[in-house]
Ligand binder design. Structure first.
Ligand code: PBG
Length: 325
């Protein structure tokens, strides 16, 4: 009987590289970026060390840095000066995200994929992802009309991709229809298809100055963490409505979902390594408890191994640097 000795293939760095099943590449990385109206200096986000609310000009500098490291795309979030009940700044052609998209398209044109997050929670005074009815419930169908306005404004401003993150039923179809009716057949949709009502978005809400009114939450529209099969239903629905790419979010606590979706669909699959996942790494590293760089790379590799084609991550810039070493 010949003895199997798997350690033979682990002996040297070159052997390990040769037999590696998963490759993480700079092409897999998308950097989430924030642009804030009415500031003259970039503002640090204290629960996301190294992440800033950018001014229009510091945003351009940041994207240059990412471009120079070979990163193919960014996803943009805006923080308006004034919020209201419908989040109308989200589709104002002069609103902060539209202006910033215009700046980036001018500067980089097609060199970077410009993904615009499509939601109203950063723009509403109550912090919900849609219109809130008098009984406190978010009105699905009334909200779809707002999303259609936003998609058109983002396309007009220069986005290549719009990424609806509000988890309203029928949002992809509504947005596709609106874009096509205005001649934006080329703008693609990255659907936040399986987005869970997660406690891991906390630091993000600091980054966009969002507090959900009356101690509320998003459990009435985002997915319930116990459900994985439901994620498949959500993803298939979004694809049937016209999603060009789909996303699972968060990433690490939902690797089983990523893996399951990967085996069900053929469209590109994204995963969002969210703010809380990044913050945990940074906090433990700052305490000297873990090697943050290595743990960060291990996180991204694991998400790739589970089946994601690309990853939205606050680690994008540093990961690109680590990959070049
Ligand atoms: C909603 C949106 C959220 C995130 C991305 N888009 C927050 C939420 O659903 O409450 C979270 C991203 C992160 O935590 O990094 N517009």
């Amino acid at each position: 009987m010949i003895e199997r000795r798997p350690r033979r293939l682990r002996r040297t760095e070159a052997l390990r590289r040769l037999v590696a099943e998963t490759q993480l590449s700079v092409n897999d990385l998308v950097a989430p970026l924030f642009v804030r109206e009415g500031v003259t200096e970039p503002q640090p986000v204290h629960s996301l060390p190294g992440v800033f609310q950018h001014t229009r000009s510091s945003l351009i500098e940041e994207v240059k840095k990412l471009r120079d490291r070979g990163i193919p795309g960014i996803v943009l979030f805006g923080i308006p000066e004034k919020k209201d009940s419908t989040g109308s700044e989200a589709w104002n052609p002069e609103g902060i995200v539209q202006q910033a998209l215009g700046d980036l398209r001018n500067e980089f044109d097609d060199e970077m994929v410009l993904i615009a997050d499509l939601c109203v929670d950063e723009y509403t005074d109550h912090g919900h992802c849609g219109i809130v009815k008098s009984n406190g419930v978010v009105d699905n169908d009334a909200t779809l009309e707002l999303y259609q306005n936003i998609a058109i404004a983002q396309a007009e401003a220069g986005a290549h991709v719009t990424a609806p993150s509000g988890m309203m039923d029928g949002q992809v179809k509504a947005i596709r229809t609106a874009l096509d009716s205005k001649g934006y057949e080329d703008i693609s949709i990255l659907a936040y298809a399986a987005k869970y009502a997660s406690a891991l978005y906390g630091p993000f809400r600091d980054a966009v100055d969002v507090e959900i009114a009356d101690g509320g939450d998003r459990k009435g529209y985002q997915q319930d963490p116990p459900n994985a099969r439901e994620a498949v239903t959500e993803v298939l629905l979004d694809i049937s409505e016209g999603a060009d790419m789909v996303m699972v979010k968060p990433a690490l606590s939902y690797l089983d979902v990523i893996s399951q979706i990967r085996s069900e669909v053929n469209v590109p699959l994204a995963a969002y390594h969210v703010s809380g996942e990044y913050a945990m790494v940074e906090a433990a590293a700052a305490n000297g408890w873990i090697d943050g760089e290595s743990v960060g790379m291990e996180h991204l590799l694991s998400i790739k191994r589970a089946g994601a084609d690309f990853i939205l991550t606050y680690l994008a810039c540093r990961a690109a640097e680590n990959l070049q070493k």
